[in-house]
Design a protein around this ligand. Structure first.
Ligand code: NAP
Length: 276
């Protein structure tokens, strides 16, 4: 099968713009795989010391070892734990108590029909995709303000801009975070602390493959056919490469990105059909 990356030949060496964040410290949540991992990699490539988290210790240790090998000059710390729990957040913050850069990320909620969702389902989605980022911002933003440098990037979803009907839990929880940040980000920017969101459309990650495998099981259509159709329907004719996502994150974390705050940057190959 041709992959989403056939048209993309990204070589980190080609991106030798210095973003001015060498030696900074980043906490990148949910980063053993996919988009979080790509953000951790792009920041490490800029010379940023990175603390990575995920629940699965083995995949996390592997991801951290890969980055150490690629970027021996930076410190890569791994903290296994569930970032949506108070214990998971405490462990992450103990390892990285004063981050200059915070990338908020966690798994997305499951699809379904709102008629079947209980209060507990909503609380889980709100915990993962709204309250956890807010708790981590609360724990780190004042230190950033004192040090006159901070970059916070929330990984949300294209569903914030154009709701996906079966992902009501995601539409709701992530929009709550987006609304909160819209206010706060205007207060922090005066202190060179910015808060922005990256809104992924379809990126070729485990999550996208798992969702496609579920659709294949339900419909009997081979998974490759489902994925090829979805790629074909995107204006770019492909899925996003996580590396493209990581580089956008690193840019927003750059020293010269201090005039960009409260923004929601859509990375979806042009799938959203609006003029702006
Ligand atoms: P992925 O490939 O499945 O990777 C998710 C990463 O997050 C893994 O490292 C996972 O490791 C970690 N993680 C998940 N839940 C966690 C938790 N509670 N605590 C700590 N770590 C956790 O997913 P992805 O595609 O990168 O997606 C990242 C986010 O973007 C999700 O919220 C997803 O809904 C959203 N998104 C993705 C797409 C897309 O096309 N890929 C599109 C729109 C939105 P463990 O499982 O070991 O914890």
């Amino acid at each position: 099968m041709s992959t989403a990356f056939d048209l993309v030949d990204i070589n980190q060496e080609q991106f030798n713009v210095d973003l001015g964040i060498k030696g900074r410290r980043a906490l990148v949540c949910a980063s053993s795989k996919g988009l979080g991992r790509a953000c951790a990699a792009a920041l490490a490539a800029e010379g940023v010391h990175v603390t990575m988290t995920a629940r699965g210790a083995e995949a996390l240790a592997q991801a951290a070892a890969d980055l150490r090998k690629l970027y021996p000059e930076v410190e890569i710390t791994e903290v296994a734990g569930d970032i949506t729990t108070p214990e998971g957040r405490a462990a992450a913050l103990a390892a990285c108590p004063s981050p200059d850069i915070l990338v908020n990320n966690a798994g997305g909620p499951p699809p379904g029909d709102f008629r079947n969702w209980t209060r507990d389902d909503w609380i889980k989605a709100l915990d993962a995709n709204m309250l956890t980022p807010i708790e981590l911002i609360k724990a780190t933003v004042d230190g950033m303000i004192e040090r006159k440098f901070g970059r916070i990037v929330n990984i949300t979803s294209a569903a914030v801009k154009a709701p996906i009907d079966v992902l009501g839990l995601s539409n709701g929880a992530r929009s709550g975070l987006t609304g909160f940040v819209a206010g706060l980000s205007r207060k922090t920017v005066r202190h060179n602390v910015t808060i922005n969101a990256l809104l992924p459309g379809p990126f070729d990650t485990d999550r996208l493959r798992t969702v496609s495998a579920g659709q294949s099981k339900a419909s009997g259509i081979p998974v490759e056919e489902i994925m090829n159709k979805r790629m074909g329907e995107n204006p770019a004719g492909r899925f996003g490469d996580p590396e493209e996502f990581g580089l956008a994150c690193a840019f927003l974390c750059g020293a010269k990105a201090g005039f960009i705050t409260g923004q929601n940057l859509l990375l979806d190959g042009g799938a959203f059909p609006g003029t702006f």
